[in-house]
Every structure is written in structure tokens, then in C-alpha cells.
Ligand binder design. Structure first.
Ligand code: NI
Ligand code: MN
Length: 225
């Protein structure tokens, strides 16, 4: 399984016949090395919440590749107006796809969808536990630190993607606590250095995490899992 970090919270996961992207913030993402046109054959799109830096280019990509968009009910309802292939679920729900199980986890954040004129209700924000062909990935979405993350240690997560940028989400010190709760085998910091207000040093995070391997991926970098 190959994982590519596209900057901000955007993560591309490829394995056999699955090509999934989480929070496809591509065209407006100053750190993304790809253009929307550079993405091909996307089978699934996971959307953690309705904010523009996560919903991103979902509509364009899903239309082009007929991708299944996996998101909460409210965002799914909004996206269905664009005639997309949507699978809605909600927090706590776990469902089996052809590649493995997906569980929607909670996140402490907002989820309003800005349509250019007004904010539309985007339900609750979430994170995802995604099993692909036996490997388990956790993408926290945007969230503050919550003690409920300690429930995730039973999931035996291979790689966790967690925000460290502060201001809108956990900062480095809270993310270090989150790793203690989640206890993944490896952790990748995300949601930093896209905008001045979320400036953070991923190497400081790496230094502060003692019990888990931290993999700092540069924007566009891939790793095998
Ligand atoms: Ni957000
Ligand atoms: Mn965000």
C-alpha cells in the first residue's frame, strides 16, 4: 500500500484496485504538488467535514472518475445535488467496502459548507478509520484533543494522520498527547504550514513523541505501508 501526502490534510492511498483520497484540497492548496488533472482513476473520496480546505475539489474529482464519496449524511445530502455517487454514514458507524472496513470516528470541530454566499449545515465533523487490504489507517480530520481518542488504541492502527498546526485544531503539544491515547504504530503530522495561522514545525513534534515512530512526509512525498 502506497500513501502520498499532498499537503494540508490531503492524503492519497493506493493499493491494488483502490485509489482513495482523503480531504482532496488540491487546486487551492499552496503545498500540493499535483493539479486536479494529475489525479487519475480515483475510486473513493473520504471527506472529514464541510470546510473548504477539506471538501476541496471533491465535486470535480468525483464527477470525473465517478468516485464513491464517503462522508456524513449532511455533506452527502449537499453533494447529491451535484449528481455524485455518495455513500453516507455517521459517527460510530462501521461499514464494509470491497477493500475493507471503514469506521467514522468523532472529531471536535465544525463542518459548515460555504457555497459562496452562505454557510450550509455540514453535520458533525469526523475522522476515519480505514482498513485497506488488512492495513489500518486513521485520519483524524480537523479536531481538538479529546480523551475519547484513547478508545482508538484497541484498533491497533498502523498509521495515524493527525493535525498539529494549532489555531483550528490540536497544536503540537496536544497532538503529542493524542498519540499517547491512540498508540498507533506510526504517526504522520498533517494540517500545518498551509497558512500562517497554522505554522508548526513537524520536527519539533517528532522530537516530542517518544513512544511511536513519527514519519514526517514532505509535501508530495510517498511512503509504503
Ligand atoms: Ni476545518
Ligand atoms: Mn482544516
Amino acid at each position: 500500500m502506497k500513501v502520498q501526502y499532498l499537503g494540508h490534510s490531503a492524503v492519497l492511498i493506493e493499493d491494488r484496485d483502490v485509489k482513495a483520497i482523503i480531504d482532496p484540497f488540491i487546486s487551492e492548496n499552496p503545498n500540493c504538488p499535483l493539479k486536479v488533472d494529475g489525479l487519475r482513476d480515483i475510486t473513493h473520496i473520504f471527506v472529514t467535514h464541510g470546510h473548504g480546505d477539506h471538501l476541496g475539489d471533491t465535486i470535480e474529482i468525483a464527477k470525473k472518475w465517478n468516485s464513491i464519496v464517503i462522508c456524513n449524511f449532511e455533506i452527502g445530502n449537499y453533494l447529491s445535488k451535484f449528481d455524485l455517487n455518495v455513500h453516507t454514514m455517521h459517527i460510530g458507524g462501521r461499514v464494509e467496502f470491497e477493500f475493507g472496513k471503514v469506521k467514522m470516528t468523532q472529531a471536535l470541530h465544525g463542518s459548515g459548507i460555504y457555497n459562496g454566499t452562505e454557510i450550509i449545515c455540514g453535520g458533525n465533523p469526523c475522522g476515519f478509520l480505514i482498513e485497506i487490504n488488512g492495513k489500518k489507517v486513521y485520519h483524524a480530520g480537523d479536531t481538538g484533543l479529546t480523551i475519547d481518542m484513547s478508545l482508538l488504541k484497541d484498533e491497533e492502527i498502523d498509521t495515524a494522520f493527525i493535525p498539529i498546526g494549532g489555531n483550528y485544531t490540536m497544536d503540537i503539544d496536544d497532538a503529542v498527547k493524542a498519540v499517547k491515547f491512540i498508540r498507533p504504530k506510526a504517526v504522520v503530522p498533517i494540517h500545518y504550514n498551509t497558512f500562517p495561522v497554522i505554522k508548526a514545525d513537524p520536527l519539533e513534534f517528532k522530537k516530542k513523541v517518544k513512544e511511536t515512530k513519527v514519519k514526517v512526509l514532505s509535501f508530495g512525498e510517498s511512503m509504503d505501508l
